[in-house]
Design a protein around this ligand. Structure first.
Ligand code: PLP
Length: 435
């Protein structure tokens, strides 16, 4: 796999380089120079394969020989060791559940695959790889549980004190081993600023081998294509082959992976992006002008992004042709009040308890269906388990949450987190003294 930077079409880096750098120096994003098309026979017969087999075919087509098939298979079997079932709510509406991994959110796909790819490329005897990550909730849990026990790696997670949910905090702080949590007396932006400053600090970079587990890492994008193929395979078993996917979107990595799958030959009729009031992309699709703004806090807080970093990847996939993009992607925006109504409606209509992000996808799927009736399956993506968002869900509905088996055990574990101010010198001292 050879990659270029969206800011420099002539740059060429290897997959390994792109994984460890996360971002090119020019602050663009890495994209594959060549997007492979899968064998049409594979797509035609895709219902014969399971998720791991599909993942191996897709990953091998993208990555090529940078990781030999046998090693890639091992990485996938370890990383993608949970299902992503499509559940039909009615004959034309389905939900693709992406929360059956250890952190109960779809970010497990990206984080688990990336952690193992980094472990694979970290040669024996090499300096410990220090992963720094700031989280508003979901990313940190997926990264912590993804890297837990991966040899040659250590993860430091910064999270804003009192601003993550109970399950989220437990997932961040009860791991031990090679995972450590820092509870920052500040906001998510403060956490992010500390991590950013660490990456720019010469002394830290001299003493530690720092890397980011950023959502824009190419090794997080690739595994997110797997479940689009797998959802299609499951629907094909039911005789359905016309599919519209609706994706709750923040940084637009998830839907970006779906569009990459489409470019690789997955027959998708259309993509719909649902956003909360952080509506930079919906405004762009209407006006043709990209004008990012500061993020606003909402109930669907994992989507509170004012300047979606993956958007440029999608632009590149469509060669910056707005009409071509609009022919394939539609978007809708929802307020918190609408989001709550969406959660209520899902429960009333289908007895389905959804997290606020999932509810936005549901609403956008319904809006698209209303605007574009037809014989297709409308599949909306459920990106997190409802149990992670107690404060965003109506108490009567939250009572009906079907708790995952591991969640109770989490609560019994001891919290281990070091308290930190927003002062960079203190963070730096922590990193240099806790080696
Ligand atoms: C991260 C996240 C999203 C947004 O995904 P993007 O790839 O950033 O668009 C949506 N829902 C949940 C639950 C998330 O954790």
């Amino acid at each position: 796999m050879i990659l270029y930077s969206t800011n420099n079409k002539d740059l060429r880096v290897s997959f390994q380089e792109a994984v460890f750098n996360s971002l090119p120096e020019d602050k663009g994003l890495y994209m594959p120079v060549h997007i492979p098309t899968l064998d049409p026979l594979f797509i035609q017969n895709i219902q014969q394969y399971n998720l791991q087999e599909i993942a191996l075919t897709v990953a091998h087509a993208l990555i090529g020989d940078d990781i030999p098939q046998e090693d890639l298979k091992k990485i996938i079997d370890e990383a993608i060791n949970f299902d992503a079932p499509v559940k039909l709510l009615d004959p034309q509406t389905a939900v693709l559940e992406l929360f059956h991994g250890p952190s109960y959110a779809f970010k497990d796909f990206g984080a688990r695959f990336m952690s193992r790819v980094m472990g694979y490329f970290s040669k024996q005897g090499e300096q410990l790889l220090d992963v720094l990550v700031a989280t508003s909730g979901d990313t940190g849990g997926a990264v912590a549980l993804g890297f837990l026990g991966v040899a040659g790696t250590r993860v430091t997670i910064l999270y804003p004190k009192g601003k993550v949910s109970k399950v989220q905090e437990e997932q961040l702080t009860t791991n031990g081993q090679n995972i450590r949590a820092l509870e920052v007396d500040g906001t998510f932006d403060d956490c992010q600023a500390l991590v950013k400053e660490a990456f720019g600090d010469a002394e830290l970079n001299g003493k530690l081998r720092l890397t980011s587990a950023n959502s824009i890492n190419i090794a997080r994008l690739i595994p997110q294509t797997f479940y689009y193929f797998w959802a299609y395979a499951q629907l094909k078993t039911q005789g359905i082959d016309q599919v519209v996917f609706t994706v709750p979107s923040g940084n637009f990595g998830n839907i970006g992976a779906g569009l990459l799958a489409y470019k690789m030959g997955l027959p998708v009729k259309h993509f719909v992006a649902g956003t909360n009031v952080n509506d930079t992309v919906p405004r762009f699709l209407t006006s043709g002008t990209y004008s990012p703004k500061s993020s606003v806090q909402t109930l669907s807080n994992a989507m509170d992004v004012g300047n979606p970093s993956n958007w440029v990847r999608i632009q590149d996939l469509f060669h910056h042709n707005l009409d071509a993009l609009k022919a394939m992607v539609t978007s809708y925006t929802y307020t918190d009040r609408a989001t709550q109504e969406g959660m209520d409606e899902l429960y009333e209509k289908y007895k389905y308890v959804a997290c606020p992000h999932t509810a936005i996808a549901y609403l956008a799927a319904e809006a698209y269906r209303k605007d574009n009736p037809g014989a297709y399956a409308s599949v909306f993506l459920s990106t997190a388990h409802a149990c992670k968002f107690p404060d965003a869900i109506d108490a009567d509905i939250f009572e009906k949450v079907d708790w995952p088996a591991g969640a109770e055990k989490l609560a019994e574990k001891e919290k281990q987190a070091a308290a930190l101010s927003t002062d960079f010198a203190a963070f730096k001292a922590y990193l240099l003294t806790n080696l």
